[in-house]
Design a protein around this ligand. Sequence first.
Ligand code: UD1
Ligand code: CA
Length: 481
Amino acid sequence: MIVRDGFRSSPRDCPQSRWLAYYLRMKKTEVIVLAAGKGTRMHSDEPKVLQVLGGQSLLDHVLGAVRGVTPSRIYVVYGHGGETVRRSTVGNDINWVQQESPLGTGHAVSQAMPFVDPAADVLVVCGDVPLVRTQTLARLVEAAGSRRLALLTSVLPDPTGYGRIIRDDRGKLQKIVEEMDASDEQKAISEINAGFIAAPATLVCDWLAHVDDANVQREHYLTDVVRFAVAAGVPVVTCAATDRNEVRGVNSRAELAKAERIFQRRQVARLMADGLSLRDPERFDLRGSLSFGADSVVDVNVIVEGNVQLGARVTIGPNCQIRDSILGDDVVVEANCVIDGATVEAGCVIGPFARLRPETELAAGARVGNFVETKKTRLGAGTKANHLAYLGDSDVGKNVNIGAGVITCNYDGTRKHTTIIGDDAFIGSDSQLVAPVTIGAGATIGAGSTIRRDAPAGKLTVTRAQAKTLDHWRSPKKKKR
Ligand code: UD1
Ligand code: CA
């Protein structure tokens, strides 16, 4: 059996300092996640916040970071593709608030404010900024402190597309200007707004009441609250993201691809730090979660999806896709295999070019070789199917030899049927086992047989037409002209 002890879990985020964790618990923070925008620049039929990064929607990434600050309530403002967004989002801790039309980020926040506890602090986050980390959000909440407006900012080499932070001569923050409304001089500013704010709920309500659409996009901008805070003499503080990648907004396919690469780099750094050997970290993708024992090695162009567990000393060859599977200690996966929903015990050898489909179970030391497909099939310990076979809906005992070209005919056009093969059986090459059918323990099936009835244990069963040699036959010859 697979030993799970010693697997290392990989937390998504660094732990916060104990003090900050205590502070967040004591403070009542309600979070509003903005997810109602159209995402026009994606040119997609899908809502933008459902675009996928590392196997998870942008919105689920953001919610993951948000949950780390232990908010008392989470609101998600949804609109475009509303029902799909609600259905596809993980977690039952979300209060959904609808924004009928996407009139701007300020308008979106206004939709949630009537539900927010006036005594709470509000943290507003964008649903399309997926790389933000919990500790950054926590610092922002802390910076809002008592009766302040805190903004998450960054300095970017290319600030194009972001709202710019405008300061006076003494460096005091004045306002945020959106790219579309910015002068050339303002566009040259590299300090940007990440789109996240934290402030007391009552102040946010007051400021939002003043927001209008007097701008190029004719939208109600959340960013206008900064001007109003400054005018009212409320201290405005900026909180710079430690890692500038955290503030990356995803508005286009190109930005999504860039964010994906950054996300993958983050993950591989963590996996390698925990002891996984990756032949080339730039050519490995994890779209889910991966745990592993000591000294496992992954070659190039491997994609891991869903929930995958590797035991100790597992070797994965190049160009493999592995999804929702458990591979035990010392398993070897040769090049070009697709493994989905399989449980593989210690010491099995798979591939090259094997396909294990859902509900495949390989007991210790089994081998599945090139161009073999298995589905809903159990192979007993030491059983081999080394070449060109299809095994579906089968229960195969131990030390069975499945010859090249063997097919379990599991489907009669309407229903699936089961094939049972006893221990130590030998299935000759190119045989078809027409299910439902049972092959007894120790039975041998002669090569090229089509088995429609149960084959008895310990005997040779063969269905083969007699070979004939025709003496009068002549090879056709081409006529000479
Ligand atoms: C916004 C900020 C900009 C900042 C950038 C950071 C404003 C006016 N601008 O610009 O200063 O640099 O984020 O990424 O806030 N949304 C709604 N309802 C709406 C409009 C948007 O819920 O009516 C949501 C979107 O789904 C998205 C988020 O708000 O998740 C931001 O909207 P988006 O249109 O992407 O704003 P940006 O132009 O990127
Ligand atoms: Ca955006």
